[in-house]
Design a protein around this ligand. Structure first.
Ligand SMILES: Cc1cc2nc3c(=O)[nH]c(=O)nc-3n(C[C@H](O)[C@H](O)[C@H](O)COP(=O)(O)OP(=O)(O)OC[C@H]3O[C@@H](n4cnc5c(N)ncnc54)[C@H](O)[C@@H]3O)c2cc1C
Length: 817
């Protein structure tokens, strides 16, 4: 086929992801699409995939994406006439110990929350469904009847045909070699057969996506690693409809294939593909290629698999597949547009579930690329979850291999990664370590999660129930409620916006009114065009033309890019990321004022320094930006300190607070405190799927002002209309219950939603959960108030009480006292 010289959208890569994206661009958006493949379609990772298709993930949106894949694979043949090999065999996941069993009970509840059927079945039942299996060590299994398997190459060819039927041009044997850029925008794709002028590029180049992205200046942090499975000769007694098996305690998976078994696994010691090329590039000439069989490395899976399916001992191995696949540092794939380039979208890094994901990933990616906004909350896979840290190839490799090794390990709540740490530390790191801090990591930053008292080991001991930090965190919580504590929040992302139009730009970008005089703070959401919440942050006006924006550690790249992307054309605005310029100490608790007053000569009385204000004050000879805000529901200040002076200011506050018993406090106490106060967390409680009205944040939207802002039109349309979902709080009295989020909410015995956050409130002495109550017929106060509620926790319904007000109000408490 001759190469077109122009196209609206160029998709790079003819694997399953590229073909699905091209199909959806052409079908749903009638886009003028050209797909370029350097070899033949499927010749990268796709052709050698095993073809298991699972659907349940811990994110509701990603589960929806995977469910969409299944629907598409089921029905594609009717449209294209080409088989996909889809077989709804169901999937059995095996449990051999009680922790795994608890994990499955929680998973089954998550499935119910996300509208999927998942049951737990006994070993006898497993034996009946899969007679060749040794079930003697099983506690039981989970059964997801709508999972299945498909043929990766057939799906891809079917999608390719569908794309062509809708007008897309798919061109093989053409390699993308570079991009013609105008500033940070691609204007043409260069290939070994000529250039194509285009408006948008979608990079679906699989394990090559990193080097293709680099040609346009973007970072796609993935690591190719070797993944192996075997295909056996026919095994007598194996049903063609046998369910797929995941045996995580033995780290293996199985699938029936032409009367034999496909068996592979996720080893704890995976092998990265060391290509030997500069920068770790993947060779271009890798069409339909595999690595040599590595039986020695695979033996660990073989031993475990034979113990599970003894017939494997005598079954002949027809073929061994040792192929490369791209994995990522957190096990989630990568979608969306990177901030470095205005018009390159990425769909890559599929962590060995690209076949399962492709249908849905193509659907959402096509919409994202055409409309500039993701159609639903895709934060967990958004490329903007990464940062500059992820340009470090060694770090990405080590963390990715750790994530691969954890694929089948039991997912204990609150578990932290261990590799590549410590990476970024605040100036207080050594001091906090001396206070017996136990750290977690977020976007590379070490952050104290809790502080171990003498006699308690300063490390997390993971379990499915209450973990070893539960009581010490309770003490930290009470310290903040009753006296004063100090949090090191230096990892907060911070930006400065300056320029004559900075105020006007923020007025357009923020849902709340930020046009207050200098010295004022505004808590605000940033909305998308559907009115969904894209960010949740604090804006401090330092001067008429100067703003300081503070947001969560993990949202650094995302929020900065969102703000930058939405500054109207021609505005005089400069935005600078100043995260590393300031340490952040949050001094919180009823005695915070007394401590601060002892450490500064500034007047910090309520009259001189009211809530919602920012002032410069001096502490330990340093000028500190003090923001009077709180995320814990107590009197307090966030002190933003020039980074080099953070240690001295901390020391001064600790000395000033000695009389008040001041102590450092960690992120787990922060979480408990914010749950009691009902503060929403972006990414879980509030997401692009939720509007401020649904989230109970309508008070923070400037609809009464005559100012236009992103999302206003969508909000105006729904303002006053009946709501079909509303954010609500729940408490559970039983102290033995552990709430983690994703538990199903039952109203009068019927599922009406699920928890977005769960935890424990030490002041009120109860488990706390938040989530949206949904009802197609409307959710008003009457509907909420008239129901009897339960939460399904690990499949067990437990009595819950609904709350529409914060669970803890310090003023009310103090009046009582
Ligand atoms: C052994 C193994 C077993 C697996 N089993 C499963 C499974 O059971 N279930 C599951 O869901 N997933 C499985 N996977 C994962 C699955 O194979 C991948 O996630 C999926 O194929 C990725 O598709 P892709 O389109 O992103 O990449 P690819 O299929 O690699 O496609 C990328 C394409 O881009 C092309 N390209 C690269 N650079 C350029 C360029 N410069 N110009 C033009 N074209 C370019 C390449 O030639 C390639 O064809 C498995 C993977 C392996 C290795």
């Amino acid at each position: 086929m001759t190469l077109p010289t122009q196209a609206q959208v160029v998709v790079i890569g003819g694997g399953i992801i590229g073909c699905s994206t091209a199909y959806h661009l052409a079908r749903d958006h009638k886009a003028d699409v050209v797909l370029l493949e350097q070899g033949k379609l499927t010749s990268g990772s796709t052709w050698h995939a095993a073809g298991l298709v699972g659907q349940l993930r811990s994110s509701a949106s990603i589960t929806r994406v995977l469910k969409y894949s299944v629907e598409l694979y089921k029905n594609l043949k009717a449209e294209t006439g080409l088989e996909t090999g889809w077989k709804m065999t169901g999937c059995l996941r095996l449990a051999t110990n009680q922790d795994r069993w608890t994990e499955f009970k929680r998973l089954a509840t998550t499935a119910k929350s996300f509208g999927m059927e998942m049951h737990l079945v006994s070993p006898d039942e497993v034996k009946r469904m899969w007679p060749l299996m040794d079930v003697s060590d099983l506690v039981g299994a989970s059964w997801l009847p709508t999972d299945g398997q498909a043929s990766p190459s057939d799906i891809t060819q079917s999608l390719a045909k569908g794309a062509r039927m809708h007008g897309a041009k798919l061109v093989e044997d053409v390699r993308v070699t570079g991009f013609e850029m105008k500033g940070n925008r691609i204007v043409a794709v260069k290939t070994n057969r000529g250039d194509i002028a285009c408006e948008t590029v979608v990079n679906c180049a699989g394990q090559w996506a990193r080097q293709v992205g680099a040609l346009a200046g973007i970072d796609v942090p993935l690591q190719p690693a070797k993944h192996q499975y075997i295909v056996t000769e026919k095994i007598a007694g194996l049903s063609p409809d046998a369910p797929t098996i995941r045996d995580p305690d033995r780290r293996t998976y199985f699938k029936e294939e032409v009367g034999g078994l496909v068996m592979g696994g996720y080893e704890p010691n995976p092998i990265a593909w060391d290509t030997g090329l500069p920068g770790g590039d993947v060779p271009n000439e890798w069409e339909f290629r595999l690595f040599d069989d590595d039986f020695e490395h695979f033996e660990q899976h073989m031993v475990q698999a034979i113990a599970r399916v003894p017939a494997l001992e005598t079954a002949g191995v027809k073929q061994m597949i040792n192929g490369p696949e791209s994995f990522t540092p957190d096990g989630n794939f990568i979608l969306g547009s990177a901030p470095e380039c205005a018009n390159m979208f990425v769909g890559a890094g599929f962590n060995a579930f690209g076949i399962a994901s492709a249908g849905g990933a193509g659907w959402v990616l096509a919409q994202w690329a055409m409309e500039g906004e993701a159609p639903l909350d895709l934060w967990v896979v958004d490329i903007r979850r990464f940062s500059g840290l992820h340009r470090d190839r060694d770090w990405v490799r080590d963390r990715t291999l750790e994530a691969y090794g954890k694929h089948y390990t039991i997912a204990f709540p609150h578990e932290e990664y261990r590799s590549g740490r410590p990476r970024i530390v605040s100036p207080l790191y050594d001091r906090l370590k001396a206070h017996r801090g136990v750290f977690g990591s977020k976007l590379g930053w070490e952050r104290p999660n809790w502080f171990a008292p003498e006699g308690v080991a300063a490390e997390d001991v993971y379990s499915m129930g209450r973990q070893n930090w539960f009581a010490p965190v309770g003490d930290e919580h009470i310290q903040v409620r009753e006296k004063v504590g100090i949090f090191d929040q230096s990892s907060f992302a911070k930006y400065e916006m300056t320029g004559a139009d900075a105020g006007r730009a923020l007025d357009w970008i923020c849902a709340n009114d930020v046009s207050k005089p200098a010295g004022r703070l505004t808590y605000t959401q940033l909305l998308n065009s559907r009115g969904g919440i894209e960010a949740d942050l604090t804006v401090a006006r330092l001067a008429e033309d100067r703003f300081y924006v503070v947001t969560g550690t993990g949202f650094r790249t995302h929020d900065l890019a969102w703000i930058s992307d939405h500054v109207p054309e021609g505005f005089d605005v400069k935005i600078e990321d100043v995260t590393e310029a300031f340490g952040t100490l949050s001094l919180m608790g009823p005695e915070a004022r007394a401590v601060l007053a002892a450490a500064t000569t500034a007047d910090v009385s309520n009259a001189a320094f009211p809530f919602g204000h920012v002032r410069e004050i001096a502490i330990a000879g340093t000028t500190v930006r003090a923001l009077r805000v709180t995320y814990v529901g107590e009197l307090g200040w966030e002190l933003h300190v020039p980074i080099d002076a953070t240690g001295e200011v901390f020391d001064a506050l600790m000395a000033a607070g000695q009389a008040h018993g001041i102590r450092p406090v960690g992120y787990r106490a922060l979480e408990s405190l914010r749950l009691e106060k009902g503060y929403r967390a972006w990414g879980s409680d509030i997401t692009p799927n939720d509007t401020p009205f649904e989230a109970g944040l309508g008070w923070a939207v400037k609809l009464r002002k005559n100012t236009d802002f992103v999302g206003r039109r969508a909000l105006e349309q729904i303002n006053g209309a009946a709501q079909t979902k509303r954010f609500a709080g729940f408490t559970v009295d039983d102290p033995d219950i552990v709430l983690l989020g994703r538990e199903t909410i039952l109203r009068n015995g019927e599922p009406v939603g699920y928890l977005t956050s769960g935890g424990y409130g030490y002041t009120i002495g109860k488990n706390i959960g938040y989530g949206y109550v949904r009802n197609a017929g409307g959710v008003d106060d009457d509907f909420l108030g008239s129901g009897d509620y339960e939460l399904v926790v690990a499949m067990q319904p437990v009595k819950a009480r609904l709350h529409l007000e914060p669970l803890y109000d310090p003023r009310a408490e103090r009046v009582k006292a």
